[in-house]
Design a protein around this ligand. Structure first.
Ligand SMILES: Cc1cc2nc3c(=O)[nH]c(=O)nc-3n(C[C@H](O)[C@H](O)[C@H](O)COP(=O)(O)O)c2cc1C
Length: 193
């Protein structure tokens, strides 16, 4: 790589490092579509190009996916041995963030890798991954499925399109997240309407 290009890229990454984390608003936990209707409407739709989600929409989506529901920190999704190992990274047009459910905050992740071939103009691209030291793989695969179903039902209840994705570039996503030691399981592409 030429020196000027390297300097430019290093500068861009440094600028991203300075970008602010996003404190999300409290999720809206009441109302919405009755569960039986959401189940009837749950479907994969691959038309996920859409507008940038608002902070409130992201807060609601992430809480539905795997948010904290109880004093002891348990979640909307179950997890084998209560390990709560499924982590969610959020890619939008704004950038790549790691979701901290305790702080209800999106932590800016200085990706320095172009992930547009993964997001493909979706409103949001959620990456589900886990620390291999924390959970058995078979359990993590099952646990991520519960999170995926929560996302599907939430999207159905909002009338949004979504698709759970196994065909993703796991190596590229792990590199972008700086999580080469973790395993990227699945992603969920979301189209906000
Ligand atoms: C583990 C898993 C992986 C999937 N991977 C993809 C994928 O890579 N690309 C895609 O378009 N759909 C993917 N899907 C969505 C399925 O194709 C979809 O669920 C199936 O066609 C049934 O449609 P439905 O979700 O509307 O019931 C995946 C679903 C699951 C459960």
């Amino acid at each position: 790589m030429s020196k000027p290009l390297f300097a430019l890229l290093a500068g861009l990454c440094a600028a991203t490092l300075l970008a602010e984390d996003i404190k999300l608003p409290a999720p809206q936990k009441t109302g919405g579509m009755p569960l039986m209707e959401a189940l009837a409407k749950r479907a994969t739709s691959r038309r996920t190009q859409g507008p940038e989600p608002s902070a409130q929409q992201l807060a609601d989506l992430l809480w539905a996916a795997n948010g904290i529901t109880r004093e002891d920190g348990k979640r909307t999704a179950p997890s084998a041995m209560d390990k709560r190992e499924i982590e969610i990274a959020v890619l939008t047009a704004k950038g790549l963030f790691l979701w901290d459910p305790e702080a209800n905050t999106l932590i800016e992740n200085p990706a320095c890798v172009d992930l547009e071939d993964q997001r493909r103009d979706a409103s949001a691209f959620l990456i589900l991954y886990y620390d291999k030291g924390v959970q058995k793989r078979e359990s993590a695969l099952a646990d991520s499925g519960f999170v995926g179903q929560n996302i599907y039902l939430f999207c159905a209840s909002r009338g949004w399109n979504s698709v759970f994705m196994g065909s993703i570039d796991r190596k590229k996503l792990a590199t972008a997240l700086g999580k080469e030691e973790d395993e990227i399981l699945f992603a969920h592409r979301i189209g906000v309407k």
